[in-house]
Ligand binder design. Structure first.
Ligand code: 8YV
Length: 325
């Protein structure tokens, strides 16, 4: 029997690609847009980065597509409604990257608190050798309040880490219920979270309800000493409003692993600000986590193409419909 053709738009190690070839025929390997566009009409599956756009117009050019396997937990790159209407399963890689993203978030909190980047820049620029005054003192995370917006797997993993450093945790989510094992974390309305927190960190999915969730009004509610951390999606923050709030001292600073757009334009104002740390979207970028994500993304792709249940599908109604046929 012929194996279903699939586009493999991320790099896979040779061993994993060999495993995949047992059930699937890769018709493209790599992220060349022209090769992908040419192969789309034949493809039954696509394995791509969570940043690879798949709007309805692209899905229209892929009439045989049965599965989109996203290499990542976020799936805002896919028009989910259009995929579901066309019977395409959309899969992602939740869980395996929560620890890495939470570690990065905690690293940013500590870096902000201890002025890590400013101190390292001072030494590198020769300030210490020249006996110039060092950057101002940092602050202890213990006793400070961390506000977590989005209390899913990643938000909860951040809470565990912050509690170990003695931070008080408040959170806001759609379902504001106490979480088992995290009973000391307090659910609060969004406005209260913004007013209370010394650091606000974002861990929501990007969808129409969270687009520009943090804008001028929300930033104005924050303490002038507070920092904003974003390791979710750039579009959750109104970037112009953020730049204005950072310029006029409405908030103290921002640490951003994600921007809108990515990569940023060279003249993006946030890149030049002293009180802003920007990282190039590296939340999941560890050897171990990327390997686990690749593995799960391959298992998702192969499962759907061979009629089995994938480890994680965000529109399971498509699989139920296919099974009842
Ligand atoms: C990217 C991410 O997928 O999981 C997500 O949603 O944003 C990241 O893990 C990864 O950087 C690959 O592009």
């Amino acid at each position: 029997m012929s194996k279903p053709p699939a586009i493999i738009a991320i790099d896979l190690p040779a061993g994993l690609l060999e495993d995949l070839r047992r059930s699937v025929t890769p018709i493209v390997t790599g992220s060349d847009p022209a090769a992908i566009a040419e192969a789309l009409p034949r493809a039954e599956g696509i394995l791509c980065s969570a940043l690879f756009p798949l709007p309805a117009e692209t899905l229209d050019r892929a009439p045989r597509l049965r599965v989109i396997s996203n290499f990542g937990v976020g799936y805002n790159n896919v028009d989910l409604e259009a995929a579901t209407a066309r019977g395409i399963a959309v899969c992602n890689t939740p869980g395996v990257l929560s620890g890495a993203v939470a570690d990065l978030t905690m690293a940013l909190i500590l870096a902000i608190a201890r002025r890590l980047f400013a101190n390292a820049a001072y030494v590198r620029a020769g300030g210490w050798s020249r006996r110039e005054p060092p950057p101002p003192l940092g602050w202890d995370p213990a006793g400070k309040t961390l506000g977590i917006i989005g209390f899913g797997r990643i938000g909860q993993a951040v809470a565990l880490r912050a509690q170990a450093f003695g931070m008080e945790v408040v959170y806001h989510d759609l379902v504001n219920e106490p979480v088992e094992g995290l009973e000391d974390c307090r659910p609060v309305p969004l406005e209260e979270l913004l007013e209370l927190s010394d650091v606000v960190t974002l861990h929501v999915n990007l969808d129409p309800s969270t687009h520009h969730l943090i804008g001028a009004r929300e930033l104005a509610l924050m303490k002038p000493t507070a920092w904003l951390i974003n390791t979710s999606r750039g579009q959750v923050v109104d970037q112009q409003a953020l730049a204005a709030a950072l310029r006029d001292g409405t908030i103290a600073g921002a640490a951003l692993d994600v921007l809108d757009p990515e990569p940023p334009a060279p003249d993006e104002p946030l890149l030049a600000m002293e009180n802003v740390i920007v990282l190039p979207h590296v939340g999941s970028a560890t050897v171990e986590t990327r390997a686990a994500m690749r593995d799960m993304a391959v298992r998702n792709l192969v499962a759907v193409l061979t009629g089995r249940t994938p480890p994680s599908c965000v529109n399971p109604s498509v699989l139920e419909r296919a099974a009842s046929r």
